[in-house]
Design a protein around this ligand. Structure first.
Ligand code: NIG
Ligand code: MN
Ligand code: MN
Length: 318
């Protein structure tokens, strides 16, 4: 079972002003069914995915179910540089009940489709990386049947583990690839930040079998900025829409200690921001999420602040 929990206004606190200088003053809390957005207005819709069942099933450190609220808490106190006419909505959270991750993914998909129908741009807050299966399917259900969604994943991991023994936080892109093989859609997947010390040989083989494009962490840094940009641009040119997913464990633990699987050798934020800009400029992005936020292992809210900063970066530019 899964529950849709309405947004909690109380989480949105921070410095106060009479000019909406801070995001908690700009955010409107609204039930998805009560959204009144228009196609001419830019509306960002935040939706939480409070689930770490996939992490638990994948033998990881649990705690990511508290991720969405940890990100909200940090985002609220950030400066608001959004256009006056644009809106940011907190649309609540999907909660996983009795470890029924599939029900949570399913409900998430339905809500994502609804958010697109309402002309909003969804930014989802995780939660384990199983968020990706629910998010992608919600986007897929909304778009025209002959169109292709390209997935851009910032991650240390492919998350292409077989789901033969069940679904978990390490299987979402394998599940999407399997659905594609069954004829549901095209599978186009670019993974940025892959490392040999974080993926075994079989995962590299699976990636090759599914024609996954990827940049290793040694190629995904500011020294290779032009090549990174070109890879992203070429990938985007071959698809109709982009779904962006950021797994916080792709970042080095120096930047993101609060994750389910620690990553000392991960990438740095600067190359992610440059990449996000390339994606945003394409005007093809229809959804984005931030996964694996685990406040239990965070230090000084550093990871939650990083997640909030990434969202803030997108808010002003999309
Ligand atoms: N979503 C994360 N998945 C990683 C976890 C790696 C780890 O536990 O060290 C994976 O399955 O590869
Ligand atoms: Mn990862
Ligand atoms: Mn991942």
């Amino acid at each position: 079972m899964a529950i849709y929990k309405k947004p909690n206004r109380k989480i949105w606190t921070g410095r106060t002003s009479d000019q909406k200088l801070y995001l908690h003053e700009k955010v409107e809390c609204t039930d998805i069914d009560k959204i009144s957005a228009s196609a001419t207005q830019k509306t960002i819709a935040l939706l939480g995915y409070a689930c770490d069942t996939g992490v638990k099933r994948n033998q990881g450190r649990i705690g990511a179910s508290a991720g969405p609220d940890a990100i909200r808490s940090q985002l609220g106190n950030m400066p608001n540089h959004m256009d006056e006419k644009s809106q940011i909505l907190d649309c609540g959270t999907i909660e996983c009940v009795d470890d029924d991750m599939e029900a949570a993914q399913n409900l998430l998909s339905q809500k994502v489709s609804k958010l697109l129908e309402l002309h909003t741009f969804p930014i989802l807050l995780g939660g384990g990386h199983d968020i990706a299966y629910g998010h992608y399917n919600g986007l897929l259900d909304h778009i025209e049947k002959d169109k292709t969604i390209g997935i851009i994943n910032f991650d240390a991991h492919f998350d292409l583990r077989s789901n033969e023994k069940g679904n978990n936080s390490g299987t979402p892109f394998y599940q999407i690839a399997q659905d594609a093989t069954a004829g549901k859609h095209n599978f186009k997947y670019l993974c940025l930040g892959i490392r040999k010390d974080a993926n075994d040989r079989t995962l590299f083989e699976t990636a090759i079998d599914f024609n996954v494009e990827f940049l290793r962490k040694k190629e995904f840094n500011m020294q290779h900025l032009d090549a990174v940009r070109q890879t992203i641009k070429d990938f985007i040119a071959g698809v109709d829409y982009i779904y962006t997913t950021i797994d916080l464990d792709g970042f080095s633990s120096a930047y993101a200690p609060g994750v389910s699987a620690a990553s000392p050798m991960g990438f740095a934020p600067d190359i992610v921001l440059k990449s996000l800009w390339t994606i945003i400029r394409s005007n093809k992005m229809i959804g984005m999420d931030i996964a694996e936020m685990n406040p239990k292992y965070d230090r000084d809210h550093q990871t939650a602040k990083l997640a909030a900063s990434l969202i803030q970066y997108v808010l002003h530019r999309i």
